[in-house]
Design a protein around this ligand. Structure first.
Ligand SMILES: [Zn+2]
Length: 857
């Protein structure tokens, strides 16, 4: 028997489920009747169950004969074996099970979430999180995406509470001391999309999209924060009905904010669950970045209702397509909703994050074979979401948006209520476009890495060459060498969009760089060339010195995403040792007039990285360099928004103030911040919502113990999820050792929710003032953290070791992980260690030159 896939001899078609959760004893009881199709006369039925007690199992087989099963639970395999004295007759049968379980605190399966009501009283609610394989913790089931079935759910609950599931309520009746809520049948769907939420809940007045009522749900007292989430939910649902050319597949849509939630959100059909920061927001008080996050996540989950829920991957290797596509669609929908946000320019930041990880030898192909579902856990990463979405965008731009959409529509129509694979989408896109999609796409999806396209002028020709980009010359040597990375061919079919300027005129040419090298004649009056015009390509460009100088001389003629790529690629080739770090710092001086927040984010990101590398003696000089680069931009913008100014400029102002006050350690900015914040608190000044988070960060950076306690209280009593996050992360910025210690202690003592604590530790590991105590703390508390945090928490936390960029700390990191035999799933740990090596290598290679350069500041 395949240890990872259930036999396909008894197949479920319908579940009638009744669950009775008890929020006082934190347990639940359940009964279910599963209609099955018995394909072969078997004496054993195998399905998934874990951490459940099964009290009874009875089957009625194809001939109507009833038998009681002997139940054996295999906890390690997460399976339940039902054996019968007589083989089951084939045909339609029924399986009846009664079972019991606990509402756990691990934020998966059927779990409890604890929060304080507006009166400060502690309350408990119950919620579910089933993806990937945790439906089996709530009910015995065929817990694989290909076993699609219809679900009819009944919840018997405390009459004072409210229950929400995937579909609308059919009836609500009293039975003894229980309120029994029956929900309508779902569409045919996978188990991981089931959801139940039970608690004291309130909801907004439903909006209608076609026939679909759409509401936002939350714990009492927070409904005032629901309007913005509802607005983007309505807008994106409409957008997708139009884009996909298919109506929303459910009968209602509820979006629920859950106080404890491990991921960002979960696309349960008709009952999407979110962490509060991803759904609830005060539009007037939030920054652009905070609003964009809500819009992104809501649009992403709505996109899944079709792509994922209606059409589902056959197995977990297909998770990338699910997530990449939803991420791509999220951009399209948000861009259509708020064109002023220039969402595709901001997507450059996500693409850059994917390029970083995919530039490692320890990267992986987007899609790879998955045997155990556990192997897919490590797939929920930047390569799946951000690289996946980037290559889909590249393909969409290459084929043309209309053709691409037609292919997607055909794919959804052909596979609705069923399962599909990557090949099915390629086939549909190939039909629509008449192009050999697999030939173009295979290397991007099934091979690791991406190309570096070098552009140079040789004689009277422009020459483009491709080679695989890598930060390090050879793979990292480490103790835990897993299966060797598939090297790939090192060659891609690269859709290159060239813009050549000559004699004052631009010419755009699309070429498919499929060979190692191509040449184009240099036109008369040549001025400059931009490869990756429009910035949609998932590759890096390295210009020769002459071409780079030409582009730097005409920055205002480049689009924002092109300037972004120019800086980002220059920084990457610097880190890879292909350009001197001092040349890069010279380049940053050309961007003092830059006004795009995304371009600034890559500049500031590189300064942060350098700050982790320079010696303590050089740090004040680096601070001076940051002031030199950033201060002119802030001076030009001013501290107060101008009438008619757009959100992006306002957000940029906040980002610049934060950078100057923290990384630049600018005393004047810090002093001004103190005054402005005090006026804001007194109500004598109105501070722009984009600036307020920056003020909080700067105050913490320069703050003392009194300020720390003030901010901790603000965290505890915050009025919005965003305010809570601002003050929470501000705690990490206080530089005094005892305050770092206090924050660390709070990550394991319950004062910081386990959904947030791993991210707080990660932040501390990345900050120069906190990284050493944080690392000591992590080493001591590893087991505790492993026990307390949700499953993915430890993995995300460990990413912070990238910040430990000194040779001594690097050695210690290796020692610790080797001794503990830590495995974070997939290639995760190897990727962290290689990124750490990349940083330390840059320090060793360019440290002296950097030091000499910084001496002038
Ligand atoms: Zn998703």
């Amino acid at each position: 028997m395949d240890p990872y896939r259930l036999p396909r001899v008894v197949i479920p078609t319908r579940y009638d489920i009744r669950l009775e959760p008890d929020l006082t004893t934190l347990t639940f009881r359940g009964e279910e009747t599963i209609a099955v199709s018995i394909e072969e006369p078997v004496g054993e039925v195998v399905l998934n169950a874990v951490e459940l007690a099964i009290d009874e199992a009875v089957v009625v087989d194809g001939r109507g004969r009833e038998q009681r099963a002997i139940v054996r639970l295999d906890e390690a395999a997460e399976r339940c074996h039902l054996t019968f004295a007589e083989p089951l007759a084939t045909g339609s049968g029924r399986l009846r099970l009664s079972f019991r379980g606990t509402l756990n605190d691990k934020l998966r399966g059927f779990y409890r979430s604890v929060y304080k009501d507006p009166g400060g009283v502690t309350r408990t609610m119950a919620a579910t999180q089933f993806e990937a394989t945790d439906a089996r913790r709530a009910l015995p089931c065929w817990d694989e995406p290909a076993f699609k079935a219809v679900f009819s759910v009944t919840l018997a609950i405390d009459p004072a509470l409210t229950a929400v599931s995937n579909t609308r309520v059919l009836s609500e009746v009293s039975e003894g001391d229980r309120k029994v809520v029956r929900f309508a049948d779902t569409i045919t769907m996978s188990t991981y999309l089931l959801a139940f939420v039970v608690g004291e809940l309130e909801h907004t007045e439903p909006s209608r999209v076609g026939d679909t009522p759409l509401s936002v749900w939350c714990v009492p007292g927070k409904r005032r924060l629901a309007a913005f989430g509802q607005e983007i939910a309505v807008a994106s649902l409409r957008y997708f009905e139009d884009y996909y050319g298919l109506p929303y597949p459910g009968d209602k849509l509820d979006l629920l904010a859950i106080p404890d939630f491990a991921a960002g959100a979960m696309e349960n059909l008709g009952a999407i669950t979110f962490r509060e920061t991803a759904l609830l927001v005060d539009e007037q008080a939030a920054s652009h970045a905070e609003l964009q996050r809500v819009a992104d996540v809501v649009a992403h989950e709505n996109a899944h209702m079709w792509f994922g829920d209606l059409v589902t991957m056959s197995w977990w290797n297909g998770i990338w397509l699910n997530e990449a596509f939803a991420t791509f669609m999220e951009m399209l929908a948000v861009d259509a909703w708020k064109p002023r946000w220039q969402r595709w320019v901001a997507f450059g930041v996500s693409r850059a994050a994917a390029l970083t990880v995919d530039g490692l030898h320890s990267t992986r192909p987007i899609e790879f074979p998955v045997r155990a579902p556990r192997e897919a856990d490590a797939m929920f990463d930047v390569l799946t979401y951000e690289k996946g979405a980037s290559v889909l965008r590249m393909l969409e731009q290459y084929l043309g948006p209309e053709v691409f959409r037609q292919g997607v529509r055909d794919y959804l129509r052909a596979h609705q209520y069923a399962n599909a694979d990557t090949g099915d989408l390629w086939a549909a896109l190939g039909q629509a476009s008449g192009q050999p999609i697999p030939a173009v796409m295979d290397a991007w999806i099934f091979a690791p890495g991406y190309p570096l396209v070098s552009v140079g002028v040789e004689g009277d020709e422009i020459v483009l060459r491709q080679q695989r980009f890598a930060y390090l010359p050879a793979p990292l040597r480490w103790w835990g060498a897993g299966p060797a990375a598939s090297a790939g061919s090192g060659r891609w079919q690269v859709p290159v969009q060239l813009r050549v300027t000559a004699g004052g005129r631009d010419t755009v040419e699309r070429v498919l760089l499929a060979e190692p090298e191509i040449r184009r004649p240099l036109p008369a009056g040549f001025e400059s060339v931009v490869a990756n015009e429009g910035g949609h390509g998932f590759y890096r460009v390295r210009y020769d010195d002459g071409l780079r100088a030409r582009l730097l001389g005409r920055l205002p003629t480049l689009g924002a995403i092109e300037r972004f790529n120019l800086v980002n690629d220059a920084w990457a080739v610097t880190v890879a040792g292909l350009m001197p770090a001092t040349d890069y710092l010279e380049l940053t001086a050309r961007f003092r007039d830059e006004r795009d927040k995304n371009v600034w984010s890559v500049l500031l990101g590189s300064f942060h990285a350098l700050n982790r590398l320079v010696t303590p003696a050089d740090r004040p000089k680096l601070e001076a360099l940051v002031r030199d680069r950033v201060a002119p931009a802030l001076a030009a913008l001013g501290w107060t928004p101008q009438p008619g100014e757009d959100e992006l400029t306002r957000q940029l102002r906040g980002d610049l103030i934060r950078a100057l006050g923290t990384l630049g350690n600018d005393a004047e900015v810090q002093a001004r911040t103190v005054g402005l914040y005090a006026d804001h608190e007194r109500g004598t000044a109105t501070v722009d919502p984009n600036v307020l988070p920056a003020l909080i960060a700067v105050l913490a950076h320069a703050g003392d113990e009194g300020r720390y306690h003030e901010f901790f209280e603000r965290f505890r009593t915050a009025r919005t999820p965003q305010e809570e996050q601002r003050y929470l992360y501000a705690l990490t910025a206080f530089r005094q050792f005892p305050l770092v210690e206090q924050t660390l202690a709070r990550t394991v003592n319950g004062e910081i929710r386990t959904q947030d604590a791993p991210f707080v530790v990660r932040t501390l590991l990345m900050l120069v003032h906190a990284r050493e105590p944080a690392w000591d703390f992590v080493k001591k508390q590893w087991d505790t953290m492993d026990r307390l945090y949700p499953k993915h928490g430890l993995r995300r936390m460990a990413e912070g070791v990238i910040g430990l960029a000194t040779p001594e700390l690097e050695a210690d990191v290796h020692r610790f992980f080797q001794e503990r035999r830590v495995d974070l799933g997939g290639k995760t740990l190897e990727q962290y260690l290689e990124q750490l090596r990349v940083a330390v290598t840059l320090r060793e290679r360019d440290g002296a030159a950097l030091s000499a350069y910084l001496a002038r500041f």
